[in-house]
Ligand binder design. Structure first.
Ligand code: C5P
Length: 222
């Protein structure tokens, strides 16, 4: 078990995917599950404050993950491909709101643990090392400066042809960080036994290489 936690834009998604691929491990993108709950709630016409309604969706939604030809993630909700739909800022913000609901987190707990199958799992999220997989062999807390994270997200959206202002994006990221790290249930915090990596001045390849060194050290020690 390798847990990779950290704030939005720290590079967790890319790094987790590449580490999983290099080791031949399964990948859990837990953020996608919260995005799916937000999106499914919106589509069902739920009020954002409807905690029981969102928890019911979290418990019953029909989700499937796959890998595209280019190695990227594919996601289906009730048979409909929603790979792009869950990546919008709207879905990210809805995710961050439903993620503060304790009943939603409880409903997703077992679903996340079921991803832990042989030969191993790389779990990407906010509470992988603290709550979902506290016994993970390796816990990495990936960070980057808020400015760098906003720039990365801006570039990602621009590459997709979406035009959003950097200032607006920085504000949204700051709001999401604050909400994620101050919520009562499973706040974004590094596990006591996590290794913190600051990716501000590192390429994704350098971060992946570092995590693989740590992973091989830990696996060798088993
Ligand atoms: O990682 P990603 O940006 O896709 O996550 C979207 C939101 O889902 C986060 O802002 C956070 O509020 C929530 N989340 C969470 N716990 C996780 C993963 C994501 O609360 N393990």
């Amino acid at each position: 078990m390798i847990a990779i936690d950290g704030p939005s834009g720290s590079g967790k998604g890319t790094v987790s995917r590449q580490v999983a691929e290099a080791l031949g491990f399964q990948l859990l993108d837990s953020g996608a599950l919260y995005r799916l709950v937000g999106l499914a709630g919106l589509r069902a016409g739920l009020e954002p404050a409807d905690e029981a309604g969102h928890a019911a969706i979290a418990a019953t939604m029909d989700v499937r993950f796959g890998t595209a030809a280019d190695g990227g993630e594919q996601v289906w909700l009730a048979g409909e491909e929603v790979t792009e739909a869950i990546r919008t800022e709207l879905a990210g913000n809805l995710a961050s709101k439903v993620a503060s609901v304790a009943a939603v987190r409880t409903a997703l707990l077992e679903r996340q643990r079921r991803f832990a199958t042989p030969p191993g799992l790389v779990a990407d999220g906010r509470d992988m090392g603290t709550v979902i997989f506290p016994a993970a062999r390796l816990k990495v807390f990936l960070t980057a400066s808020p400015e760098e994270r906003a720039l990365r997200r801006h570039k990602q959206l621009k590459d997709k042809g979406l035009n959003v202002s950097l200032a607006g994006l920085s504000r949204e990221i700051a709001e999401r960080d604050l909400r994620d790290s101050t919520r009562a249930v499973s706040p974004l915090v590094a596990a006591a036994d996590a290794i913190t990596l600051d990716s501000t001045r590192l390429t994704p390849a350098a971060v992946v290489a570092r995590v693989l060194v740590l992973a091989r050290e830990r696996l060798a020690g088993s």
